[in-house]
Ligand binder design. Sequence first.
Ligand SMILES: *Cc1c(COP(=O)(O)O)cnc(C)c1O
Length: 389
Amino acid sequence: MSPNFYDMKHYPVSEPNIGKKELLYVQDAVKSGWVSSLGPYVTKFEESFAKFCGRTHGLSVSNGTHALHLALCALRIGPGDEVIVPNFTFVATANAVTYVGATPVFVDCDPKTWNMDPSDVEQSITKKTKAIMIVHLYGAPCDVDELLRIAKKHKIAVIEDAAEAHGATYKGRPCGSFGDISCFSFYGNKTITTGEGGMCVTNNKDLHHRMSLLRDHGMHASKKYWHLEVAYNYRITNLQAALGCAQLERMTSFIRTKNTNAHLYRKLLANCPGITVQDIPKNRTSNDWQFVILVHHHSVRDIVMEKLTAAGVGVRPTFYPMSELPPYVNHHSSQRSLAVSRNIGLRGICLPSSSTLKKSDIRSIAQIVTSVCASVLPSTKPTRKSSAA
Ligand SMILES: *Cc1c(COP(=O)(O)O)cnc(C)c1O
């Protein structure tokens, strides 16, 4: 640790934006005595969030991973089935498939958008394929039309993992409006938070009903303690939902700030040596959940991260490709090429992206990033088509 560490301004990679409204609503929930999973904030949060996504039903759950698990259960996906999952995503996407006994089949990503490559999706479909899990990585919408077309053609379900994409849009429609079931996370570092929490949204009444049954120990809707099957307790609390209601009312302003900050990062880092950023095609808008830079070669990522940390800039590596992780490294679909995601996943660095950051913060961070990159990156010759495999 450098001697002036405590004098330096520290920019956290991510922090929640909690204000007066959150305090007010949570206080109200505490005072009401409805601190567990029954209460008016739960219903209000579900209804307003579903409405925001243009959906008829919302079901709040204990976290985003459970949202994905419930979606797979409701669609009756299980042992012997395959579900197509991006190789470059957070591990929960793949793990949820594993929980139900199905096999995640990893597909490669596009080198520019870093999202699922539809042509690889189509090539990965077999007789066993039951669903595609589409993910909008770091808040940037994936190639929705093409993925929905493939799913429709092969008559397979679409589960939308929109855990990172609250308020992002594809052709003017919100992410979370595209899956048979779409899932969100409200973890502390997500665009809005309930501490821990998640949501499934859908237009399908039967799927909604089935998920709400599974969320509550399979208990009959009107016959108390009559459990129809072995299921789960995946409920959220009224306290968390109170926080969620306040956050949802402020979400548009959070996204506006994140968009402004990401725009400024893009402008200020345009000439920064040795890095690239995520491409957002026309007719899509990102919520800029995380602003990520890719260094030109994975061998320099750690040193760049160390230098940024030492200079007070909070950083995180991007997600490791699923095919590299211990539970999945020997998995049959990890033996596929997956060259693009294996390469990109090892080169990414998440920069501070919270909606609490001001333009002046972004300017200071961009300056530090530029000088760190100038000192590290040109000294290493860029290797074309470097593979981490
Ligand atoms: C955060 C996240 C999840 C899981 O959400 P939790 O609330 O942390 O369980 C799932 N998928 C993706 C893509 C995520 O980023």
